[in-house]
Write a protein that binds this ligand. Structure first.
Ligand SMILES: [Cu+2]
Length: 172
């Protein structure tokens, strides 16, 4: 009964599920200058192998970032200088977290999990621009590198291993 009402398009989409199950952000748009919680969704391992490590690169302009610790995983942050000083609640902020690494855990291919960081989107992003978070997912003998940044006029769908994308919306 249920089967008969699923449109053919939905079935085609399901068959292409792999392309839709990369490491992606749960919330894919946020306003300029807002606090943004980035939830990275890991939908599969490396060709069936469990994920042992996740490395997330923090893009320029996503400031005052703090990762959320995760039970069963060791958290590590790489700090560094920003390309410029950003205004953060009235004071200049010129350095912070540039990369977050979760390791020491094991996420089997048949399970799903989320990895979280929170930060602020700087006030000087151009509205309607895209911000990309390159992510490397490491398994025992393989890795999935979600690092392709779409060229102007292209979208993540045009790539095999796109970085996780966030659309920056106008302040309103
Ligand atoms: Cu995928």
């Amino acid at each position: 009964m249920l089967k008969s009402i699923i449109p053919a398009a939905a079935l085609t989409f399901a068959a292409l599920g792999g392309a839709n199950a990369h490491v992606t952000l749960e919330t894919q748009q946020a306003k300029v200058g807002s606090t943004y919680k980035a939830v990275f969704r890991v939908g599969h391992g490396c060709e069936g192998a469990p994920t042992l490590k996740l490395r997330v690169q923090i893009p320029e302009g996503y400031i005052a970032v703090k990762p959320m610790p995760k039970a069963g995983w060791t958290l590590e942050v790489v700090r560094g200088a920003y390309a410029k000083a950003y205004d953060y609640h009235g004071s200049p902020m010129s350095e912070g977290v540039k990369e977050v690494v979760w390791s020491g855990g094991s996420l089997p291919d048949e399970y799903y999990d989320e990895f979280v960081v929170r930060g602020t989107l700087a006030g000087d992003f151009a509205p309607d621009s895209m911000l990309y978070f390159p992510v490397v997912q490491e398994c025992a003998d393989a890795a999935e590198r979600w690092i392709e940044i779409p060229a102007a006029g292209k979208s993540a769908d045009d790539y095999e291993s796109p970085a996780a994308g966030l659309k920056i919306l106008p302040k309103e």
